[in-house]
Design a protein around this ligand. Sequence first.
Ligand SMILES: [Zn+2]
Length: 590
Amino acid sequence: MKKKQLKTELDIFNDLKSSFLDLDPASFIENNLTLDGQPFKILGNGWRFMVDIYRYIALQSTKKNGKPVVIKKGRQVGATMMAGALDLYFTNSGIFNKPPVRVIHLFPALAQVKKFSQDKLEGMIRTAKNDSINNNKLKSANAVDNLTMKQFKAGTLWIDSVGADGDRIRGMTVDIAFMDEIQDMTAQGVGNATKILTAAKYGPTGKGVQVYFGTPKERGSYFNTLWDMSDKRYYYLGCFNCKKHFPFYVPESDSWKEVWVSGYKVKCSHCGTVQTKVDAIERGKWVVTEPDAKYVGFHINQLYIPYFSKENILDLMPENNPAQTERIWNNEVIGEFYSGAGLPLTKTDLYNKCRDPDRTFSKKINAHSKQTYMGVDWGGKDDIKGGVGGKSYSCVVVLSAGSDGVLYVEHAHKLRKNNFDYKKDTMKEVYRRFGIRRGVSDWFFGQDVVHDLQAIYGDKFLGAQGSGSLVKPLKYREDELIVSYNKDLMIEEVFDMFRKGKIRFPWGSYEYIDWLLDHCTSMEIKQKMSSGNVIKTYVKGPTPNDGLMALMYAYMAYKFDVTKGYSVKPGITKESSMPKPILAHVKRPL
Ligand SMILES: [Zn+2]
């Protein structure tokens, strides 16, 4: 009996101790959250650089003279989990309940909001220890608990999109704002978003707590500007022998290869003592490189990930691994901005050159009012190839052609399902709704659908097959209703149209085109030797490009018409000697 009582007292003491420790975000996380039910451990195991950032941000909320925080990070360094954990720390720890704190976690577009809220945050809430986060939810009759808003007893959390110009969140008031994937936001969008912090009750007066983070992409982006205004902190390792700190990753330097001896061993630059990376991280500290800057900047990359060996990193270098590109190495591994010859097009380019600010998607187009063309890229390819990078979706893009040769994106979407009937029904719907004059789709991965649709539409729906021909980049095989095309040259042509601003995006439908902009800017250029010549080829980047392919097919459909089946150069009005394409069903091969 006595023993039991003692144990109870110990329990009470432990409860007290852990709730006191909840003041520290790192302890709050370890005490309350799990990673899919597994312990969420970040103390003492080589994540110290991250723990310090958590603590720095938490501290900002209590200060009146703090600065906005910018985090520039490689991919897979745990920053999304960090942000989700901080969202819950601020709204659930109870430290920020007088008055109840208002936190917003912003993304560039609603698609990312959904992904984060559903896949990450909900999971974190569901797997919290003793269901503590769910228990903290406000239970009143009109309490909100949905994808974009969660009300807790001690605070409110919103997850939302900045969109094209921050109009979705205009008029809100919050204390703390996390701006996720800041690279894909515009200066105007972020500017409008920060206005919701002017009446903040936590953090610096009139500014609140602002945290900007993301994986860097191109040089010269808005994120790049923010980073350049920061004090650029880098994490130094701590030596157990001489007690001094030494740099590990240094921008634009390979010195980490010297410091990182091999495997999980690093060498002190001062005394030469070899020690384990995890321990040296735990003894480490953040070092400011540009004092008196407007923002506080933290740089994290994959070199610091505790479970990565030197060999893991070496294997990610383009010179050691043909599958790696300079862009992936820079952006995702070492967390640096990059703009090399390998980057054909950026989102900023599209924003500057191809944006129709007020135009929105068309709901319906009358075939007599506009000439419309459709392109389709069939999804499910990655499954077939067994490749990585996740499932690819079927995408459709509808363009209309202006008399001046300018093409307007009128509609685009990703098909929700990949089965035969769904694909076929969607095509019919698109033809009907947008009065499609001609469509092109990739043939190899959609043979069944293409044949069926050609039975209805004849040469109004063409299959496309890649070819290496440089002499005839586009060729119509009339009897098969197939267009063979040189992919590199066609992509080059489409990019040239982008650069000239001759393909226009309806920015008024930003939430619906955001994914397409991503797809259009994901490809990279690689030089290839072919019979003694250097040839420029486009290769798949780190993210999907199906939408770009669909747009390219729509462009090929348009080009088919203006060149009369690719037989004349545009602008030459001479009637083609080629017989008119026939409206006939090609026998489906058995
Ligand atoms: Zn030393």
